[in-house]
Design a protein around this ligand. Sequence first.
Ligand SMILES: [Zn+2]
Length: 717
Amino acid sequence: MPTAKDRILQLRTLLQRANRAYYTDAAPTMSDREFDELLAQLAALESDHPELADPNSPTVRVGGQPIKGFTTLDHALPMLSIDNTYNEQEIRDWISKTEKALGASDADALFNKPVSFLCEPKIDGVALSIRYEKGNFIRALTRGDGQRGDDVSHAIRTIRSLPLKLDPAAVPEVLEVRGEVYIPLAEFERINKEREEQGDDLFMNPRNACAGTIKQLDPSVAAARNLGFIAHGVGQLSDTSFAPSFSLLCEKLQALGIPTTEHRSAATTADQIVDAIHRIDQLRHDLDYATDGVVIRVDSFAQQEQLGATSKSPRWIIAYKFPAERKPTRLIAVDHQVGKTGKITPRATFEPILLAGTEVTHATLHNYGMIRQRDLHIGDLVEVEKAGEIIPQLVAVITDQRPKNAEQILPPPTCPACGSPLEIDPPESAEDPTLETTRRCINPECPAQIREKLVWFAGRKQMDIDGLGESTIDAVRASEIPLNHFADIYTLHTHKEALLELDRMGEKKIENLLAGIEQSKSRGLGRLLGSMGIRHVGTSTAKALAKVFPDFDALVNAELWRLMPMAVNRTSQKKRELLIGTKDKLKTEYETGLGQDTANVFFAYLHSDAARETFDALSKLGVDLTSKDYRERHEIADSPFASKTIVLTGTLEHHARADLAELLESLGAKVTNSISKNTDILIAGGKAGSKLSKAESLGVEIWDEVKLTKALAESGR
Ligand SMILES: [Zn+2]
């Protein structure tokens, strides 16, 4: 039996580590509920043993430590966390306690009018404090440890729904808005799909994706990810008469263009509050962001002040948290899947359970550190959770019900498909066996990797080879016909006889397959690069590369710095300016989408023997290694729209707005939304409004639809 002291120290270490993983590394090691339960345990022990108090205990402090590479600044007012519970009765208790506290100090309050509470959905995002001075956005800080947070202004400034300037006459000199930045659910799915394509680790949930996004030094990442923000409080306020209550504050913020939730409701009794909780539980499944509970607060700021705060959280606010849907099941097996980039991912198979309306039998275990941390065995009773419609997670192991002789799960010592040695990064350490590590099969000939690569290569969004699906690839690979490299696909026509002998491969099917293969030869460099499963080179990066380089030779002969984004370092930028000259070209040159590290990896691949052999073979077999995009860019250089910045407004009779924008872009134009002095042409349809008058005042060239149609016709469209 460990002593109380041991247990307290153990819990503190565990929670600190979990906090760090959650806040700083954006890779949680335990579920929220597990964390909250351990925290409650620690709080109970600490109150029994005041002699063991520690000002740095996770029960006193709020979040994780700020990461390196960011400026860390003090919060003007600390960002406390909100007390929370999973229990409705505790909400009722809190309400009567709060009413009593307010009534006790002001007898009339309870007697004359009831306390007004507000209920709103608790967004599962990343908390921020945004400071405006004289109406200007000054900075956005993360919560950090509650006292100090990281300056993430560069990322937050990219949020389109958040105003950077407020009417200075309508706001106090200092206004700190607190709220939650989040990634919309659809956006989360899109990002994970893209990461999967690029062979990157998936984000576990939208909150991690959001934290991962705003912790990027490069703000273009955040800009590309369509973040949202919803305000839910205030920090420093130089004029407290700005709003006497939270509901009035929200009205004012909303009017200033700062988003607040539309699902806020007022309540004066415990029953009304519990009803609101149930109502929000229903509607939250239709929201476009993840929610994990309901926040209940006292509306009046004067009453909030009267109630005050403990060292950890304010007394005037509490969160009811929805339990994630979670069910027990039996772990049947763990297999080790080899992906197309060689990364090995353990995947759990358990007895089927119904979670959030769907049958679930698998969950990814992410990495082997997680297996060791949970001491997972085959046959274990485990709990699987599906929080907010997201990917199922194995969240707990019930070790005291472990069957005798249950088999421990060990990471494969070598590649489960080919037996080759694995690259383990970072190396496993005896000191911390729960360290998360990535295992990768380094054998380029690994059959499992080759199969995954071929399936990917032939896929619809890649080379789109009609007739070459998974089953055909497996059938061919099981026969004598060689199919180990992408180039082998383009020699299949020389094995027609052997193909005919395969099961369920009639004459017609083979013709279709060979025609599909022939067609795919002309997809061009962009599609080809994006189809090869090269690490860090997904669809969008490949496309960007193809825009910059006319063909494979140009790409392979390019210097490393040409693959890097301009923002990486000033030297490469200067060098680029000297070498390329004009600024316009400069813009094109850097948009390859590769970061510094990934550019290095890709560069090394391009210059490897393996890459040379692959591209040589593909080229000899007639696969097009030139870049379509690049060709088109040259062809459009003469169009009247080339390098023009164009804005569309009003109703156009013969063109759908989105189609027209795409068409103009294909002719070399840049289509933007708002008029500025950089706008070259405004295309104005009927009922054009403020954009037209602004264009007139700025002296921007204005075209009507007739002129547009004529110019398009001249460009052959
Ligand atoms: Zn292998």
